[in-house]
Design a protein around this ligand. Structure first.
Ligand SMILES: [Zn+2]
Length: 418
């Protein structure tokens, strides 16, 4: 399939230009800006190529409103009966932040890189997927290739891939490649699990000069934190997976204490007086627990519940509540799955090296394709370096984009041939 690879090589400038055009549409999430613009832009391109184009709004999804509608676009080219390959990229990008020396939405192409917010994560990957799908469409004789640009991956994916999965759009799909920025030499098989929860300790309000008449919720929370330091953190650090999670530190189970708030709320803007003297009657801790493929979510939750019971045993009047906020089970495609084998072979051929298998420390849209779409043959594979995601002066390498497009197209050609 040398001509397929040569053709993609010749489209390198076009690939960079596609990425730059998308960067100039600031699809910021939150709140979800220009979603319709970017979907119309892609839809228009594929209508001109004669593909089927479906604009899908996730009506009623979290964040969806008339001001900020959650738009997605799904395009499709069918050569004949046979398998279906689906390429998916999220079109939303995160806030710009400080520290930029380049225009975050200028779409500048300089020094073999495209610069700007969302280049690496993941408009570079979308551009690679577009070039791959369009070139593949000219060579394939069986099956269909689909490409979706979806909303809200950065905020859970409910207005994007989860919505498409609920509509049954993955029911007739056989293989999925998500070109997230993992580096063109790496195949990402899945991700760890997540549990976010709030832990509230309860007390009783009283005058701050007579705290013995109340019950301090912040001191109770202090005891919870002590117990975590003494027992939970050491336990988690020692719990390691043989799975190839990157970076190395994420091969252990992890817990982030995301926020803790106790006592009087922050005073409203414009008030510069003193606080009043009160014993705090509630304290809330937000936890972000990332767990390994070998761990069960129920056991992860039970571990925290048992910790709270140990604290209760030591403290009279200790009252608490645990509230679930968000949970995702780990997802892991087998090493010998068809899409893995096809991409492995293509990496070998295009890059001349053996692909490294990895798992992501955090989740991405594969969770919805796996859990709601019930489709296991899914990986992330794409250009860009993960460490640049969400950073100032984000960029994606133009060569990387071309090579990723070649790998995706070649793997796709083999998968569709059956
Ligand atoms: Zn991403």
């Amino acid at each position: 399939m040398n001509s397929l690879l040569t053709e993609i090589e010749a489209r390198e400038d076009e690939c960079a230009a596609l990425c730059a055009e998308m960067v100039r549409m600031p699809t910021l999430n939150p709140p979800g800006l220009h979603y319709r613009d970017i979907c119309e832009w892609a839809g228009g391109r594929y209508r001109r190529l004669g593909w089927d184009v479906e604009m899908i709004r996730a009506l009623g999804a979290p964040g969806d409103s008339e001001d900020f509608p959650r738009w997605n676009v799904l395009v499709r080219h069918e050569a004949g009966p046979g398998p279906v390959l689906h390429l998916n990229g999220h079109h939303d990008v995160v806030a710009v932040g400080d520290g930029w020396t380049r225009d975050p939405f200028g779409g500048e192409i300089d020094g073999g890189r495209v610069w700007g917010r969302g280049t690496c994560d993941m408009k570079g990957g979308i551009a690679s997927a577009m070039i791959a799908a369009e070139t593949l469409a000219r060579y394939m004789t069986h099956g269909a290739v689909e490409l979706s640009l979806t909303a809200d991956e950065e905020s859970g994916g409910y207005g994007g891939v989860a919505h498409l999965a609920q509509l049954g759009r993955y029911e007739r799909v056989d293989h999925v490649i998500i070109p997230e920025p993992l580096d063109p030499g790496r195949i990402c098989l899945g991700h760890r699990g997540v549990w976010w929860a709030e832990i509230e300790t309860k007390g009783r309000i009283a005058h701050g000069s007579m705290p013995f008449l109340g019950d301090c919720a912040v001191r109770h929370m202090g005891a919870v934190l002590d117990e975590m330091e003494a027992t939970l953190f050491p336990l988690l650090e020692g719990r390691r997976t043989p799975e190839p999670v990157v970076p190395e530190g994420a091969r252990a189970s992890t817990l982030n204490l995301n926020a803790v708030h106790g006592g009087e709320p922050v005073q409203p803007e414009g008030y510069d007086g003193l606080p009043s003297a009160c014993v705090p009657d509630r304290c809330v801790l937000t936890i972000d627990r990332r767990f390994l493929p070998e761990e069960e979510l129920s056991a992860v939750k039970a571990e925290v519940a048992q910790l709270m019971e140990r604290v209760r045993a030591k403290r009279p009047d200790f009252r608490y509540e645990i509230r679930d906020l968000f949970e995702v089970h780990p997802s892991r495609t087998p090493d010998d799955a068809p899409v893995v084998a096809a991409v492995r072979g293509a990496v070998d051929e295009v890059l001349g090296r053996e692909a490294e298998h990895v798992l992501s420390p955090g989740t991405y849209d594969q969770k919805h394709i796996d859990r709601i779409g019930r489709l296991k043959d899914c990986i992330a594979y794409g250009p860009g370096h993960l460490e640049l995601a969400h950073q100032p002066d984000e960029w994606v390498g133009v060569r990387d984009m071309t090579q990723a497009a070649q790998v995706i197209a070649l793997a796709g050609w083999r998968l569709l041939r059956g």
